[in-house]
Design a protein around this ligand. Structure first.
Ligand code: NAP
Ligand code: MG
Length: 506
């Protein structure tokens, strides 16, 4: 660990468990044990507020992927998991949720150091939110049910459907919500009785490595959840196209999602894709502008804007446009940039030097294309990968800065005159993840909801999520849902059962 990170840890303090974990040599977790990667390669892990090296993780290769998929198949077919009653499976998952809660501080600190995010909200949302989802899904373990059917086929039959676990799931997650997204991916298949090979993002694998220790303590049988760390470019295709994998569940960028979809398609493996977004917020003249502006702390700038559903395009009625821009500027300028462990932190660093440079280039291009820079966007060369909350305005919906996902704390505000125009502008985008409508006119909101091309619509709010509400996009934001009862269906296959019933002799 670099001395600068050491000094930061000493300044803010972390739990002994987090300290000890960071000193470990991190390995893969396969078949119920931490194991070395076959090729013994390592990937460095950076702490984003200093830009220095925190630790390293193991780089999995083909042999490791094969081992992990084989372990998952064994656990599915003849291990303790396959034999476990639904009640006991539920118990293990509930125990695991309790352990997450017990270890929330340590998990949050590990996550904050790895990803850069503010510690308080990280514990509250990422970690405890993950425990809540696990509890929600655990409830389904005892409620999986087929149905008996009355059939009209000639003869006499008992006919029913069975819901079976789909098999081994390859789960792949991004770096922006490492722990939380991983739980979004694994809670439902575990409840369904599937087994899993999980690949976290190479930048942020630490919280799930720590989590594997909790799985052991909770009594999750070996082989049920296997963790392969390392580069997606090296093992992504192998895992997604693996003949031993029966379902792929992916969250990440649209670009990589297309590739994952194509690879899964070739293998005829069903796939769920939760991809990028550029979610609009539609602000009408009768909206509570203070509420809209206040929401941007959360809806736009939270997690340094590295949120798939961030409201990064705001369309404001021309009569309130200037007013709203001024209010958002005030909010943006009041946000405190600091390392995630610092209690004053509103906005931490972005994930990497590469991400910061990409965000700077988006902003630069926006300005060169004619957008007006209202605040932020400067001073991006210092230590740590910090980006100031940035507000741009334009009236050109086709600018790249309006159309493309920037994945940083950057919002573009555009004016509109008519409701129909606002709708057309909002829908004029490749993505369809989420949208929000801000108005006091309930009829207007209800008119617009069916016409907005987005998987989630909020009215007078943005970015609410809940374990019971399915989340997932339309258009280039992907297909399939995470969370809610809908997600469970992705991990169950339906078998139709017919039994011919011999008619008794008179
Ligand atoms: P990414 O570059 O697409 O990476 C996502 C994951 O895919 C990582 O684990 C990555 O591994 C892996 N990967 C890379 N190449 C692969 C391949 N050929 N086959 C299989 N997996 C491969 O995305 P990111 O930059 O980490 O995350 C940001 C993106 O995620 C944004 O677009 C954001 O909108 C999206 N996101 C969507 C949702 C949602 O619910 N819709 C939620 C959160 C984030 P490596 O890290 O090793 O490259
Ligand atoms: Mg990191």
């Amino acid at each position: 660990m670099h001395p600068k990170i050491q000094a930061m840890i000493d300044r803010y303090g972390i739990t002994d468990a987090a300290r000890a974990f960071l000193e470990e040599e991190h390995q893969l977790y396969i078949d119920g044990a931490f194991v070395e990667a076959a090729a013994k390669g390592r990937v460095p892990v950076f702490e984003p507020s200093t830009g220095e090296t925190l630790t390293s993780i193991a780089a999995a290769g083909k042999e490791d992927v094969d081992r992990a998929v084989a372990a998952a198949n064994r656990a599915l077919e003849d291990g303790d998991w396959a034999a476990m009653k639904p009640r006991d499976r539920q118990r293990v998952l509930l125990r695991l949720a309790d352990l997450i809660e017990e270890q929330a501080q340590t998990l949050g600190e590990i996550e904050s150091l790895d990803n850069g995010k503010a510690l308080g909200p990280c514990i509250e949302m990422d970690i405890l939110g993950g425990a809540e989802l696990l509890r929600y899904m655990a409830g389904f373990a005892t409620k999986i049910a087929g149905a008996t059917r009355e059939v009209s086929a000639p003869g006499c039959h008992f006919a029913s459907t069975r819901k079976e676990p789909i098999g081994v799931v390859a789960a792949i997650v991004p770096w922006n919500w490492p722990f939380n997204m991983a739980l979004w991916k694994i809670a439902a298949p575990l409840a369904a009785g599937c087994t899993i090979v999980l690949k976290p993002a190479e930048q942020t694998s630490l919280s799930m490595l720590y989590f594997m220790k909790l799985c052991e303590r909770a009594g999750l049988p070996k082989g049920v959840l296997n963790l392969v760390t390392g580069s997606g470019r090296v093992i992504g295709d192998l895992l997604v196209g693996h003949p031993g994998v029966s379902k792929v569940s992916f969250t990440g960028s649209t670009e990589v999602g297309r590739r994952v979809g194509a690879t899964a398609g070739r293998a005829l493996t069903p796939v769920t894709l939760e991809l990028g977004g550029k979610s609009p917020m539609l602000v009408f003249a009768d909206a509570d502008l203070d509420a809209v502006a206040a929401s941007t702390r959360w809806s736009v700038f939270f997690n340094a804007g590295q949120v798939c559903s961030a409201g990064s395009r705001i369309y404001a009625h021309r009569s309130v446009f200037e007013d709203l821009v001024a209010k958002i500027k005030q909010v943006a300028e009041a946000m405190v940039m600091a390392p995630g462990l610092d209690p004053v932190c509103d906005i931490g660093p972005v994930i990497s030097a590469h991400a910061r440079a990409a965000i700077a280039s988006h902003i630069g291009k926006g300005v060169a294309d004619g957008a007006r820079l209202v605040c932020g966007g400067d001073d991006m060369s210092g230590e740590g990968f910090f980006v100031k909350p940035t507000v741009l305005t334009t009236d050109d919906n086709r600018l790249a800065v309006v159309q493309e996902e920037i994945f940083g704390p950057v919002v573009v505000v555009l004016p509109f005159d008519e409701e129909a125009q606002a709708l057309a502008l909002a829908n004029d985008n490749q993505y369809g993840l989420a949208a929000s409508i801000w108005t006091r006119d309930i009829s207007r909101a209800l008119r617009l909801v069916p016409r907005i091309e987005a998987g989630t619509v909020w009215v007078n709010a943005h970015d609410l999520v809940d374990s019971s509400m399915p989340f997932g996009g339309f258009k280039d934001s992907g297909f399939g849902k995470d969370m809610g009862p809908e997600q469970l269906d992705h991990f169950l296959r339906t078998k139709s059962l017919w039994i011919a019933v011999a008619q008794g002799e008179e």
